[in-house]
Design a binder for this molecule. Structure first.
Ligand SMILES: [Fe+2]
Ligand SMILES: [Fe+2]
Length: 157
């Protein structure tokens, strides 16, 4: 699969989970816990494959995207720390919904920048065949993704 198509599919999966969270009742604690665990899993894997495969290759082959990529890594840094906090937070904690809301704002902003500002530049510069190779590489990397958000490299940068 084309690398950018694959990443956009991941974005859609996460957006669906966000919508479900927004629809969940205030006191649907079990449902919210389950959804947030799924969000943690999806976003950790997604950040991992972007950081291990897509970002470094894009930066090397399309150097004009460097500033966008550096900014994206900083955004990942904030997101994975929030994920690690949510992992251990009780959904009954008065800060839980607020933290998920800010997480969603951060991720939506981040996805918008990827999809609208710099993925199109990468697509134009790398072309179909190269993006397909990269997609395959990311599929393979998925299997190696950690379950722990702070094991993603941006967490320690
Ligand atoms: Fe990203
Ligand atoms: Fe992404």
């Amino acid at each position: 699969m084309d690398a950018i198509v694959l990443l956009k599919e991941d974005h859609k999966t996460v957006e669906k989970l966000f919508k479900q969270f927004e629809k969940a009742g205030d006191e649907a604690y079990d449902e919210k816990r389950k959804l947030v665990d799924q969000i943690i899993g999806e976003l950790t894997t997604h950040a991992y494959i972007e950081e291990e495969v897509f970002y470094p290759v894009a930066r090397a082959e399309v150097p004009e995207t460097s500033d966008h990529i550096l900014e994206s890594v900083e955004e990942h840094h904030v997101v994975v720390w929030m994920l690690s906090e949510l992992k251990d937070m009780d959904p009954r904690d008065e800060r839980f919904d607020a933290k998920v809301t800010v997480l969603m704002e951060n991720v939506r902003h981040h996805v918008e920048e990827e999809e609208d500002e710099w993925f199109p530049e990468v697509r134009k510069a790398m072309g179909r065949k190269r993006l397909q190779e990269l997609g395959e590489e990311m599929e393979k990397a998925r299997a190696k993704a950690p379950g722990e958000p702070l094991a993603v490299s941006s967490a320690q940068q």
